[in-house]
Design a protein around this ligand. Structure first.
Ligand SMILES: [Zn+2]
Length: 633
């Protein structure tokens, strides 16, 4: 539908223009980017005339239209699914900040900006530049097959003649010194892992056998790089290389783990016996066998890149006007989604452009309210889909004093209101976490004419849980899950904007009571987990993967352990194995059966879901086809 597209695009450009001019007048930078980042192209309609821009602006007037226009932008393909750390989510951040500015909210982030930045650490990965070149013998070792940098390796280039230094150990207690009588300054040292047997009491290794001792000693003796081979090929004879995982600090030198066969080839080229022979000689005689490899020179590079993500929460503040202006009510929603997968854009219109648009509209409405006693923080969180990271960051490092936050309101998926269908009627959670919540919500919902499913708990998979966990009374608004959850089909045209506007209107009324009420709600703990999926939701728990969970193995380790995989079942066909721990289904973190049930409750037989398992420290994502649960009578 080309016409539909064009009209959305012209609305987008108009709103961005509005946001930009609002920002200019507030002297804030709309696209506040890290110094090295590129300026983003704003999605622009194919050259709209001035007249059509004005018409489009005029047309966006009813609350529902305006609400929908926010979603149309936030869930637009140009934003590529608003994945945390992506360019698309930066566009969304700029848009939200612009809307806050236009509504008259003050920047609530550090440094007078609307952005609270935080870093999400991700494992670093090896760069292609990583290399080991042998000069002299014609050997071309292959990264990961023949050698790999250790996670504690320093980055950088190195080059030098090779010297064999036994185990690379100096232990004066037992008068053993692999560096005695040998010059290693400016050279690359080749050594065995650990130390000769019997150095420590009771057959234990001493501290000299540790990687950090050996690499730091090599550094102190003047070596420029370290090559370490296993001291035995292992029980299975595989002679495995360690996996590359960057440590917090390096040990001062480029350090590579090399296969014994590569060490053998180097030794042979240098006119020396095999590693096995040298090792047996050292172990038997407990004597230094260090010697240069004549004519063997190596050079190389260790390079890896950080995959850390820069994320930002967007924060705007409406200062209070009364005696309680030093207290805050937080209104929030996550604005991130899951990005692009296998070339398909997951626009996340309901999850959670719908809540983000709610925050924008509430900011606008509250700003126009003549009297607000307490101050209001309107904010949108990043990193929710990968573990509530934005809200966690905010409660760990709040922009205002923690004790001054009296209540939090969260919206996550409020765009599918269907009042007469239990699956998609409004649910309000957290009612038991503040002593005044039930009275306020009940009265205001009656007034607004909205029925809702109540739950006392604020424990659930969205950002209010982060606030609840630090003792802040928290309410959560949600219009139910559906088949488009975390699917590329969660699009703008499926949003019930009228319904969402009713929800936002109810939240406005409740928020006003929290802003102007004499007493702040008193926090209370509620220990059960809120029920996210409703009885009437289609196919609740009607599907299976063909697994048996490991009930004995509940532990603090992440994920949900699997004891058994039924042959022929969906999980087995996808390659799941007993001992795997399921850590994620369709982007939802999984730690127990409740998480699993929630993540699969809206699924139907023959759906294929993405399941990420942890196997031997490695994350593997499998596509598992679900089948119908057999009724047991
Ligand atoms: Zn969500």
């Amino acid at each position: 539908m080309i016409r539909h597209r064009c009209s959305i695009l012209s609305v987008l450009s108009v709103l961005l223009l509005v946001a930009a001019s609002a920002c200019a007048s507030h002297k804030v930078k709309l696209w506040s980017k890290p110094a090295n980042a590129q300026t983003h192209a704003v999605p622009v309609a194919p050259a709209p005339t001035t007249a059509s821009v004005i018409t489009a602006t005029m047309a966006v007037e009813t609350p529902a239209d305006r609400y929908l226009s926010h979603i149309a932008l936030l869930a637009h393909d140009e934003l590529e699914g608003r994945d945390t750390g992506s360019d698309g989510i930066d566009l969304a951040a700029g848009y939200v900040a612009g809307q806050f500015a236009a509504a008259g909210l003050r920047p609530g982030g550090p440094g007078g900006t609307y952005f609270q930045e935080f870093t999400i650490s991700r494992p670093a990965t090896l760069d292609d530049k990583t290399d080991l070149i042998i000069e002299g013998p014609s050997l071309e070792p292959i990264l990961k097959a023949d050698f790999i940098p250790f996670g504690f390796s320093a980055k950088g280039d190195f080059a030098g003649d090779v010297v064999f230094v036994g185990y690379g150990v100096t232990n004066t207690d037992v008068e053993y010194d692999d560096y005695a009588g040998i010059e290693v300054t400016g050279r690359v040292v080749l050594m065995l892992r650990r130390e000769p047997p019997g150095m420590g009491p009771y057959g234990n290794y001493t501290n000299h056998a540790r990687f950090d001792s050996k690499v730091r000693l090599a550094h102190d003796t003047g070596a420029v790089a370290v090559l370490i081979a296993n001291q035995d090929p292992g029980e299975d004879g595989i002679d495995g290389l360690m996996r590359f995982r960057v440590r917090d600090e390096d040990y001062g030198l480029p350090a590579l783990h090399v296969k014994r066969r590569l060490a053998d080839e180097l030794l042979a080229a240098g006119g020396l016996p095999s590693l096995d022979q040298l090792q047996r000689q050292i172990d038997k005689e407990r004597r230094n066998a260090s010697t240069p490899l004549s004519g063997v020179r190596v050079s190389g590079t260790v390079a890896y890149k950080s995959n850390d993500l820069l994320a930002r929460n967007v924060i705007g503040v409406l200062p209070g006007m009364g005696p309680r202006a030093g207290e805050y009510v937080v209104i929030g929603a996550h604005y991130d989604h899951v990005g692009v997968r296998r070339g398909r854009i997951y626009n996340g219109a309901d999850d959670n452009a719908s809540g983000t648009a709610g925050v924008i509209e509430l900011a606008r409405a509250l700003s126009r309210t003549p009297y607000r006693d307490r101050s209001v923080i309107c904010m949108t969180f990043s990193g929710e889909e990968i573990g509530l990271l934005g809200s966690q960051h905010f409660v760990d490092d709040p922009t205002v004093d923690h004790d001054s936050i009296t209540a939090m309101i969260n919206m996550d998926m409020i765009g599918r209101l269907t009042p007469d269908d239990e699956a998609n009627m409004l649910a309000i959670h957290g009612l038991g976490t503040g002593n005044s919540f039930k009275e306020i919500v009940d009265r205001r919902a009656k007034e607004a004419g909205l029925d809702y499913l109540p739950d006392d708990s604020a424990l659930g998979p969205s950002d209010h849980a982060s606030f609840y966990r630090v003792g802040i009374p928290a309410l959560f608004f949600h219009t139910g899950v559906h088949r488009d959850l975390h699917q590329p089909t969660d699009d703008t045209e499926k949003i019930n904007a009228q319904g969402a506007t009713r929800v936002v209107d109810l939240i406005y009324r409740i928020a006003m009571d929290l802003i102007n009420g004499e007493d702040a709600p008193v926090f209370a703990e509620v220990h059960h987990r809120a029920k996210l999926f409703r009885g009437a939701s289609p196919a609740a728990s009607g599907v299976v993967m063909g697994i048996v969970p490991d009930m004995e193995n509940e532990s603090d380790k992440p994920g949900w352990p699997i004891a058994q995989v039924f042959p022929g079942g969906g999980a087995a066909k996808a390659g799941m194995k007993a001992g795997d721990r399921i850590v994620r289904i369709e982007g939802h973190p999984i730690n127990d059966f409740a998480d699993y049930r929630e993540a699969t409750a809206h699924k139907t037989p023959d759906d294929v879901i993405e399941v990420t398992v942890l196997r031997e420290g490695k994350r593997i994502t499998l596509s598992v086809e679900l089948s119908a649960r057999r009724r047991q009578r």
